[in-house]
Design a protein around this ligand. Structure first.
Ligand SMILES: Nc1ncnc2c1ncn2[C@@H]1O[C@H](COP(=O)(O)OP(=O)(O)O)[C@@H](O)[C@H]1O
Ligand SMILES: [Mg+2]
Length: 276
């Protein structure tokens, strides 16, 4: 089994609910019985970021949960906190828009400018000091294999290249935590592989690199995630909530090639979602 320890909380959700026009959409996310805390996972002798999947039937509130985590909408009750990185003193703050990156499903690049210019702008938005911006952007362009696309604007870029630019934009202007809402839906096999590679880049090049993604493909969730939250409905109660949480690290199957135990978990989760 891969040894690991969990240290600092990177995201803590406590007692969160969300209503729209008086209608409860999400209920009791993060309770003492069912905590919602994402910790920094440390593995000996390697960089290890976190990959968290959120699965559940359509309409159970996954996208709403993601907008709450990204600070795009505010919870009706409860709190969502992240480390106060500017203070870097072990204190926590409520999440504000821009703290957590939100990678759009369709990867619209904001402006029709060259890759270099867009990334420089993202670096500026992210508060990276002026004299460090171009070095930082160069590092990303190099490590994400976009050197030949540096001076291209959005039209000639492939879907995979656009997504990589969108990810780097978010990494530059937010912190280390990125949300991907349904990043695999509608993609063919090759593009699915591109997204998987991007996930690896994020979690294998930064210790705090954290991906929170949703998918309808339970097999992919089990293959990629080290923690899976299942969102669903409970009989007689309004709104979606966390019905189960599977910690693949504790189960000893995180960071391992997909095998029989993964297959068992996949079918177990499918049953929970069907029965919900
Ligand atoms: N801004 C909004 N105003 C009113 N209802 C909303 C709003 N956003 C989402 N909802 C409702 O919340 C429920 C959950 O939606 P969503 O979070 O998109 O679920 P999922 O992503 O799991 O499919 C749906 O019934 C949807 O209609
Ligand atoms: Mg959704």
């Amino acid at each position: 089994m891969n040894s690991y320890t969990e240290t600092n909380p990177l995201l803590t959700i406590e007692g969160v609910s969300k209503s729209f026009n008086g209608k409860l959409i999400l209920r009791d996310i993060g309770t003492p019985e069912k905590p919602f805390v994402i910790y920094d996972v440390i593995r000996p002798d390697r960089i290890q970021g976190q990959t968290i999947a959120v699965v559940g039937e359509s309409g159970s509130g996954k996208s709403t949960l993601f907008k709450l985590i990204a600070g795009i909408i505010k919870p009706t009750t409860g709190t969502i906190t992240i480390p106060n990185e500017y203070k870097n003193d072990g204190t926590f703050k409520l999440v504000d828009p821009g703290d957590v990156g939100y990678v759009q499903q369709t990867y619209p690049l904001s402006r029709n400018q060259t890759v270099q210019k867009m990334l420089m702008l993202a670096a500026e938005q992210g508060g990276i000091p002026k004299n460090e911006r171009s070095k930082k952007v160069d590092e990303f362009i190099e490590s994400w294999n976009l050197k030949e696309q540096r001076n291209l604007s959005k039209k000639p870029l492939s879907g995979g290249q656009r997504q990589r630019v969108a990810i780097i934009e978010q990494l530059l202007c937010s912190h280390h935590m990125l949300i991907f809402d349904e990043p695999f839906s509608g993609l063919d096999v090759r593009n699915i592989d591109d997204v998987k590679k991007s996930f690896e880049m994020i979690t294998q090049t930064s210790e705090l690199g954290t991906i929170i993604f949703s998918t309808h493909d339970i097999h992919l969730a089990v293959e990629l995630a080290d923690l899976i939250y299942v969102v669903g409905f409970e009989k007689g109660k309004p709104g979606g909530t966390i019905v189960r949480c599977f910690d693949l690290k504790k189960m000893g199957i995180a960071w391992e090639p997909y095998g029989p135990l993964h297959a068992e978990l996949t079918s177990g989760i499918k049953k929970i979602i069907k029965g919900g």
